[in-house]
Design a protein. Structure first.
Length: 89
């Protein structure tokens, strides 16, 4: 994931099944509209070594209204400091 596109959660999760991917990610609520930057609709920004598992936990906790879309930047060799730097921009 290149950190440029916002994906619907269902599409994103289907592509991740069976893969453990480290990433910096932003979760958007259901008010996000395709084609806009949408930062006012961000509910959560974080880093993880397993984005599939992390999103499943967030969906269970907050529901599909608050966890509707995702933008992610994956890391082949995750380093916490580099990932935190990107997340804090």
């Amino acid at each position: 994931f290149n950190g440029q596109m916002v994906f619907p959660i269902k599409v994103f999760m289907n592509g991740l099944k069976g893969h453990k991917v480290a990433a910096v990610y932003a979760i958007f609520n259901n008010q996000y509209n395709r084609g806009q930057k949408g930062w006012e609709n961000v509910q959560h920004i974080s880093i993880t070594k397993d984005i599939y598992n992390e999103i499943n936990i967030l969906r269970t906790e907050y529901g599909s209204d608050k966890v509707s879309h995702v933008k992610a930047l994956s890391f082949v060799y995750p380093q916490k400091s580099a990932m935190e730097e990107v997340a804090n921009r």
